[in-house]
Structure formats: C-alpha cells, structure tokens
Design a protein around this ligand. Structure first.
Ligand code: 13P
Length: 293
C-alpha cells in the first residue's frame, strides 16, 4: 500500500477501541522489522522517527526506505516525525514525504505553545500532512529532551480544551497523563480520569507516550479511554542492541555479518508483533485504512 496519513486511521481506531502501534525506527533493518511485523499480523502501523535519527541518516534515506517497505506490504503505513520543536526540521520532513509530524512545544509557556502549534497546524493543513501536538510535560528521556520525574506535569483539562480549539483537524493530541519515556522505575500513576474527561470533551484521538513497560491492563484501560496511537521506542532500541549481541553470544566465532542482522531483525519483529497483539490492532489493516464498510 502507499503511505497513508495517520489522522483518519487513528479516528477509526479510537472509535472501534483499538490502538495503532507507533514504533521509533532506527535504521533500515529496524524499519523493515516494524513494517513487516505489521504485514505479518495484518495490522496498521505508524513508523515514527526521532530528530536524532534524522540527523544521523538524513531525510531522504529514511523516507525512501519506509516508502519502499510500505509499498511492498498490503497494510496501511504512516511515516511520522516524533517530538520536534524545530520548524525547519518539520518542513524538511514534509518536503521529503513524511505523512505526519509532531510539534512539541510542551516546554514553552501555554500561550506560546498554543500559538506555535497553531502556526505549524496551518503549515501541515496546507501540505495535507497530519499534526500531533503536546501539552503538559511527559517525564523521562526522549531524543535530546529530559524531563525529570519531579518536573513531569499532567496536562491541565481547561488548557487542553483551549489548546485544540483552533486545530479541529489535529491528527492526534498528546496531553501528559502520567506516563513517561524510558524504562519505568516504579509504577506509573496514569490519570485515567483526566484522560476520560479529555476524550469526552475533545473529539481528537489521543497519543499514549511512554509505552515501554506498561502492563496489558494499563494498555487496555488507556486504549478503552481513547488512546489510539501507542508509542514504543525504548523497548525497540533495547532489542536493536540486544538482538545483535545475542547472535554473538550464541556464535562466538561467527565472522559473516548478515546473520547478525537477521537475528536482530527477528528479535525486533517479535516485539513489534507482541505489541500489535497487545493493542488489539491485529487484523485491523483494512478497517484502519477505511476499506471496510
Ligand atoms: P518509550 O521510549 O517509553 O517507549 O516511549 C516512546 C515515546 O513515547 C516516543 O515519543
């Protein structure tokens, strides 16, 4: 299938009560494991890219890899830019063929975040690209951004309503609800009541950041309350490294490089399949793509 924009898929997923996985890709092998896991389970998929990864590879190789992979599978795949506060990077992604971008102005005062998010919204609407925008402060490390546990701030309900008022076609909204990027040290305190108030008042799908380490029960409750995009990065990064190292441990004398990539690919793909199953999006490719009545 050719690329799709994530907004319409997420609306369908939210309505039907399943979550679409959004994995942060690292390189071609990682992107391939993500897209081919989705194809193996007939699931929709969002391949998202951190700014650091774009700085490493450049816009064009990433867009080319993911487009090529997407065209070879019969499931809908969106290419998304994860947390970004730089408008030039956002424009670079749009020009290179990304189907959605995230503007993360959450470290700015509310009024500045709102004003800058609306400016990027105008840009993405004109380009036919989806937008994700965030408020509150999601804890942990993502890309070059670090929010200490005691500085993480839940989104304020009234600000959420005010924030999205001029962005009716926002593809996905990311209010901080108590989850955090990276491995959890204790149990996250997820603000389910706040999440439900937000989804009752705002008809926009919600992004669940900080998916690594959440339990099936936590996924189920968040997805049932309206989280349609479920982000996984740390788990995938970990498997990228461990998958490679495990091949070395099992074959200390191996000199051929390709079996390392195959072992790494299988390890990453298994994780992606597990998460698709956990989010309930297995078998939902046609539904998410709007091909079912
Ligand atoms: P994790 O790194 O906790 O999986 O979170 C990913 C994320 O939310 C990316 O924006």
């Amino acid at each position: 299938m050719t690329f799709v924009t994530m907004g319409p898929m997420l609306k369908r997923a939210q309505k039907a009560g399943y979550g679409i996985a959004a994995f942060n890709m690292i390189d071609y092998n990682s992107a391939r494991s993500i897209v081919e896991a989705a194809a193996a389970l007939d699931a929709p998929m969002i391949v998202q890219v951190s700014v650091k990864t774009i700085k490493h590879w450049g816009f064009k190789p990433i867009a080319t890899w993911v487009r090529m992979l997407a065209e070879d599978v019969p499931v809908p795949v969106a290419l998304h830019l994860d947390h970004c506060n730089n408008v030039d990077t956002i424009k670079g992604c749009i020009d290179a063929g990304w189907t959605s971008v995230m503007f993360d102005g959450s470290s700015l005062p509310f009024a500045d975040n709102k004003q800058k998010s609306e400016a990027v919204y105008k840009l993405t609407e004109a380009a036919g690209v989806g937008l994700e925008a965030e408020i509150g402060a999601i804890g942990g490390v993502e890309d070059d951004k670090f929010v200490a546990e005691d500085s993480a701030i839940l989104a304020n309900f009234d600000e959420c309503v005010n924030f999205v008022e001029n962005m009716p076609n926002l593809a996905v909204f990311a209010p901080a609800i108590g989850t955090a990027h990276g491995f959890y040290k204790g149990q996250p305190k997820i603000a389910y009541d706040l999440l439900k108030r937000i989804t009752t008042a705002i008809p926009i799908p919600i992004a669940l950041h900080g998916g690594t380490g959440l339990s099936q029960e936590q996924f189920d409750k968040c997805i049932a309350a309206g989280c349609a995009k479920v982000n996984i990065s740390t788990m995938h990064k970990h498997r990228f490294i461990e998958g490679f190292i495990d091949v070395r441990k099992q074959n200390p004398k191996l000199e051929e490089p390709l079996p390392f990539l195959s072992g790494q690919y299988e390890a990453m793909k298994n994780d992606v399949c597990d998460m698709i199953t956990a989010f309930g999006s297995k078998g939902k490719a046609s539904h998410a793509a709007g091909l079912e009545g």
